[in-house]
Write a protein of this length. Sequence first.
Length: 314
Amino acid sequence: MGEVWRELVAWSGVIGYKRNVMSKLKNSKPRIGFIGQGYVGKSYATDFEKRGFETVRYALEEPYCTHRDEIQHCDIVFIAVPTPTTPGGFDTSILDSVIGLVGKDKTAVIKSTILPGTTEKIQKKYPDIFVLHSPEFLTEATAANDAAHPDRNIIGMPEDSEVYRKRSRQVMDVLPRAPYELMTTSREAEFIKYANNTWFYVKVVLVNLFYDLATEMGGDWGRIRDAMAADPRIGRTHLDPVHKSGRGAGGNCFIKDFEAFVRFYTETLDDPSGKDVFHAVRAKNLELLRRSGKDTEHIKRVYGTTLPTGRQAP
């Protein structure tokens, strides 16, 4: 009987040891903060919680507004706040107002869409923290699934050095695994997001032109669309000219990001013909949106009451 008892005591010690180790492993995970609880920030925060991370959510709305001071104690802070394009230009004021909440020597990961060069500027302004940019590729209707199952994880560094690569690797390691992962410069990461949204904006406008011509000649757009989608180089997305409330590349992201990109392009390159291309695409899209009454409030936020047409500068 004594021998059995000793064996039981030994096994209880092993079990206790394993529990202690598991507890330490769980506690070794970095504490993750989230600033902004729109569909982007909320989807990421929920995914991290499901994967066992201790999280802190801060936003202006209830019940997160009381968590402001806790952000400084988070090891990695993901920031997903609005970066609007207005008639006065690209606006980072909301981002600027929250970046200072990140604690000293902690890592800030900007998920908001920002123009190339923005991460570098913020890093210079806040030398006591590490600032990275990781563009998000979430679709609002499928945001939760997109956050949990990303097809890409991209992390941009304001400088290529050992310490920034280490910080980027730490961030990459806490993200859900993706089939494509890239650590690059922050300017390239920022550009990739704008290139994505600009590509789809142009694709939507082109599809609308195809649709009008196909309809005029008596074609069946459904058959044409499906045949085009069968080509993997084209893909199935953004081939429906009538989407949600009307026609054209709408939604807050497409309208504001395309306009920000066009302004960035025209300010950076001396390329009159290139500007003409973008201005013509923009004019056609605004025409489609206006005629179908789609996303009028988004248009007003970006352009005000005077809309650009043709070659007219914004």
